[in-house]
Design a protein around this ligand. Sequence first.
Ligand SMILES: C[C@@H](c1c[nH]c2ccccc12)[C@H](N)C(=O)O
Length: 401
Amino acid sequence: ATFGEYGGQYVPEALMPAVQELEDAYERYVLENEDGFIDEFRERMRDFGGRPTPLQRADRLSDRYDREIYLKREDLVHGGAHKLNNALGQVLLAKYMGKERIVAETGAGQHGTATAMAAAHLDMPCEIYMGRTDINRQRPNVYRMRMNGAEVNPVTAGSGTLKEAINETMRDWATTVERTHYVIGSIVGPHPFPKLVRDFQSVIGREAREQVREKAGRLPDSVLACAGGGSNTMGTFHEFVPDEGVKLYAVEAGGSSLEIDEANALAPNSATLSTGTDGVLHGAMTKLLQSGDGQIMESHSVSAGLDYAGVGPELSYLVDTDRVTPVSVDDDAALNGFHRLSNLEGIIPALETSHALGYLEENYEELGDLVVVNVSGRGDKDLETVLEETEKRDLEAAPDV
Ligand SMILES: C[C@@H](c1c[nH]c2ccccc12)[C@H](N)C(=O)O
């Protein structure tokens, strides 16, 4: 396996050639920079993506918590989320591999949008598989994907959400791999996908580690990032893993409760690292929300981007070896985090990011004097949901909107 007993390549025989071809390309282009691949990736993420992103001191939050709070502004990456780091890297890799077509899955539509943007930028035809349920609740992102020239293929199997979209995309890839690359949306899937995605996203932590030492004169006491599949989480953490004095908090979606409804295989949360058990999903051994008889459960979160019953195998490994601390906050705390950053700092964060802000609000006293929080995306896409959900609840941070 790849990360202790986690990771590996648990795929049908039919997918092995594709996975082995990708492993070879990963080693040559990403690890060895063959043909200057990494140089071109960095240049395009600068000129097209808008890197480096700022590490900004949050003055109002620093006053509120009486300590130094710094925000890594991945919401300022082109497209409004960290997603482009991975999508551009993989589409560029597809070009270097001589592929002519891109396929990808999406849940909240963020990854689909980033992949469509990268494919347009690099002149590659692109098809995005998206659950029927998600198409109905993420319309703005569906329009953005189509506007960038991608085809959106509705997935109607099962619950019509992310899990089925990934299955459908893998099925397409298995039969079209000669000319197609699968741009996976997080640090999940069979090896080398989790390492490939983590390496593209690790620019977040590489920049933040240098910026915080420059601005605050030392390494942070704590680093916080929300965790759905885990790509922004590992992207932020990877460069800090060797720094043992830096505590790493993966903040998951506690949803409406951590109590699992075994009988109906329903989890009212997506707190996989905190409450999941080992199993295979989408080609990797990792932690999963599964019922006693091994049935993958339907997860829940107010934020579609964290709504996934699995999690990246590398995060499962780092939690089991006590290097990453898994925590979670419920929907209310996330919604309060959304409102708080918006009206205190003038930054509207993604609902996913808001979970990290919710954890900061409730636990800042245990986080030390210097804290870095990854703002993984911006929240324009969530305004409808937040306004609806705020109406239903009595939220302490909510302004009259
Ligand atoms: C939902 C998330 C995602 C996309 N692909 C994933 C694979 C595993 C776990 C999460 C994901 C991404 N925010 C999306 O919008 O597609």
